[in-house]
Design a protein around this ligand. Structure first.
Ligand code: DX5
Ligand code: ZN
Length: 219
């Protein structure tokens, strides 16, 4: 499985967002992780389609859109239309996750399903054959800069084993609290698609991106 680095723009400086996106692209980022929050599924509101449409003009990076949104099926066409390459919905937020994922794939996008820390890994069983990526949240969704929840490590291992037992080489994403100190551990536990907000955007963005891109190549 190829390891993929996904900086999350939630922690970017929005006054120079386009510049920062170019900087992470030039230094080895694989995906651009885009956190959309609706004030319902999570208390916070982040940004939506107009921002995504606008940054689509500055980069060819894969747009990995993480919908922390109630009933995300309402918006799949819209996010596809503004430039998403992959859309991840939350199992907890959807009436019919399988139908939502099927719709994402029908639009030619990669389909992801996320589980929050309090949700059983077994929920992937409902949708395993409709998925291109499984997201195991490693903090409670809602904001950047939180601490990694330690219990996430066995959950990542359990998720990798679940797909391996079915003979599926699934992309397994982790999101929240990933740092220079624990990246090796999450990758060794079975994650290969690594989201990072503050660890990339706090300090020297180019240097941080290069550091993680290099580090992940060796793991
Ligand atoms: C949290 C978001 C994350 C967030 C991660 O709800 O889904 O993508 O940006 O930020 P860090 O890496 O700072 O924990
Ligand atoms: Zn996210």
């Amino acid at each position: 499985m190829k390891n993929l680095l996904c900086p999350s723009i939630l922690s970017a400086d929005f006054s120079i967002l386009g510049e920062q996106i170019k900087e992470i692209a030039a230094n080895g980022a694989d995906y651009l992780h885009i956190d959309v929050m609706d004030g319902m599924f999570v208390p916070q509101i982040s940004f939506g389609m107009p921002v995504i449409k606008s940054i689509r003009k500055v980069t060819d990076l894969f747009f990995d859109v993480h919908l922390m949104v109630e009933k995300p099926e309402r918006y799949i066409d819209d996010f596809a239309g503004c430039g998403a390459d992959g859309i991840t919905i939350h199992m907890e937020a959807c009436d019919d996750p399988a139908a939502a994922l099927t719709k994402i794939r029908k639009l030619g996008l990669r389909a992801g399903a996320a589980i929050s820390p309090g949700t059983s890994v077994e929920r992937f069983a409902e949708v395993y054959d409709k998925l291109d990526m499984a997201l195991v949240m490693t903090v409670n969704p809602g904001q950047g800069g939180q601490k990694y929840i330690e219990n996430s490590t066995p959950r990542i291992m359990q998720t990798r084993k679940f797909f391996e037992d079915k003979g599926i080489d699934m992309d397994i994403q982790v999101d929240g609290g990933i740092t220079r100190d624990n990246i090796e551990r999450v990758i060794k536990s079975g994650a290969n698609v690594i989201v990072m907000g503050s660890s990339v955007f706090k300090g020297d963005v180019g240097e941080n991106t290069r550091f993680f891109a290099e580090k992940m190549k060796g793991l």
